[in-house]
Design a protein around this ligand. Structure first.
Ligand code: PMP
Length: 401
């Protein structure tokens, strides 16, 4: 007898559960396209050279100690992170009106932002895109916000439902929070064009909605850190307020280091400093203060011109390999004569392709071809290689025919 006898088994996380199932499969041809982590052509996890170098510098510096960081994290890291997403010449930074706290990767930053909003913001509803990363509704819901959705993806075109998006945000109550993926929308790989972003910005500002950017893939979509930050920078350039959650999981390959940041761009330096003081009250009882190692790696890279340059090259190589996988998969389907239009594979951007395969087709591919992916048909392009493209194309062909 246990006092926990009534506890029922919880289902696996829908995304992380894919890897659990993959690990149990003894097949030599099995392929894990569920995991949202970069893999090399050889299918191996990648530690960037520049990260190894930064770590070496840290290890060799005997003056470094393992003391606690402040509640808001490493000061250099916070400044450099804000600069990375907002731009070196951002007026908001120059005017000292950005409150930045180091947090536990993208997820932790979103959660801290949610709890701050639940405590201090007059409107408790956040609108998230339909569909979105599966963890979003839980993070914001448990963070104390009420979660609603806005139309985002159009299954018919496998592109953006721009009209639906404008209608839904247009009818959201004034002041509502709006979650926006800064780039490389997960799971669809569909982003608004710069012109569409401008229309979204005008609508959001005219209705006094509060934009909350989730930036988990800066540099990973286009290969350029600046291009991938355009959406956020448009919303900061107009002088309005916004939230940005940043993650270094993908773009520096620091997944397990749990390093990210939450920046709140405020209307004045005075507001920003009061906001920061309240962020500390959110963080202190949650995890006290953030871990030091990952943030030190990031700060070492961001503050050194040479290392920064090296990072941009390695980052672009990852982005380019993913883009090349898109082309290879598209060509492989074309050469097999697979029924249907697969051009969305090369039109979508970022780590994922939203294939349009339904859950039965996904189950078929897992059973017959040992290919693992989320049941919504999302595949991680980063998990593919030239060697595995033919196997995936065979499976999609069989599922679609
Ligand atoms: N937002 C989005 C859209 C994501 O895809 C992810 C990672 N899958 C995250 C946030 C958070 O990732 P992490 O907490 O590892 O930085």
């Amino acid at each position: 007898n246990s006092v926990f006898d009534h506890v029922v088994r919880a289902p696996e996380d829908p995304i992380l559960g894919v890897t659990v199932a993959y690990n149990k499969d003894p097949s030599p041809v099995k392929l894990n396209l569920g995991v949202g982590a970069y893999r090399t052509e050889e299918g191996k996890p990648l530690v960037l050279n520049v990260v190894r170098k930064a770590e070496q510098t840290l290890v060799n510096d005997s003056s470094r100690v393992k003391e606690y960081l402040p509640i808001v994290g490493l000061a250099d890291f916070n400044k450099l992170s804000a600069k990375l997403i907002l731009g070196a010449d951002s007026p908001a930074i120059q005017e000292n009106r950005v409150a930045t706290v180091q947090s536990l990767s993208g997820t932790g930053s979103l959660r801290v932002g949610a709890e701050f909003l639940a405590r201090h913001y007059h409107e408790r509803t956040i609108y998230i895109p339909q569909p979105t990363w599966g963890n979003h509704p839980k993070v914001f819901g448990l963070g104390g916000l009420s979660v609603k959705t806005y139309r985002y993806y159009d299954p018919a075109t496998r592109g953006l439902n721009f009209q639906g998006l404008l209608e839904d945000l247009g009818s959201a109550p004034s002041g509502s929070v709006v979650l926006l993926h800064a780039c490389a929308h997960n799971p669809t790989g569909v982003d608004p064009t710069p012109e569409q972003w401008e229309q979204i910005r005008q609508l959001i500002r005219s209705k006094a909605l509060l934009p909350f950017f989730d930036s988990a893939y800066q540099g990973f979509a286009s290969g350029s850190l600046d291009t991938d930050a355009l959406s956020v920078r448009m919303f900061v350039a107009d002088g309005g307020e916004c939230f940005v959650a940043q993650s270094y999981a993908k773009n520096m390959g620091l997944y397990g280091e749990r390093v990210g940041a939450l920046s709140i761009v405020c209307s004045s330096a005075d507001v920003a400093s009061r906001v920061e003081s309240q962020l500390k009250l959110v963080i202190r009882p949650m995890y006290s203060n953030p871990p030091i190692h990952g943030a030190s790696i990031v700060a070492t890279i961001l503050k050194d011109r040479t290392l920064f340059q090296e990072w941009t090259i390695e980052l672009k190589a990852m982005a380019d390999r993913i883009i090349s996988m898109r082309h290879q998969l598209f060509e492989a389907l074309r050469s097999r004569g697979t029924p249907g239009d697969w051009s969305h594979i090369i039109k979508q951007i970022g780590m994922f392709t939203f294939t349009g395969l339904n859950s039965e087709q996904v189950a078929f591919m897992t059973k017959e071809y040992h290919i693992y992916m989320t049941s919504d048909g999302r595949i991680s392009m980063a998990g593919l290689s030239s060697k595995t493209v033919p196997h995936l194309a065979d499976a999609i062909h069989a599922a679609a025919t």
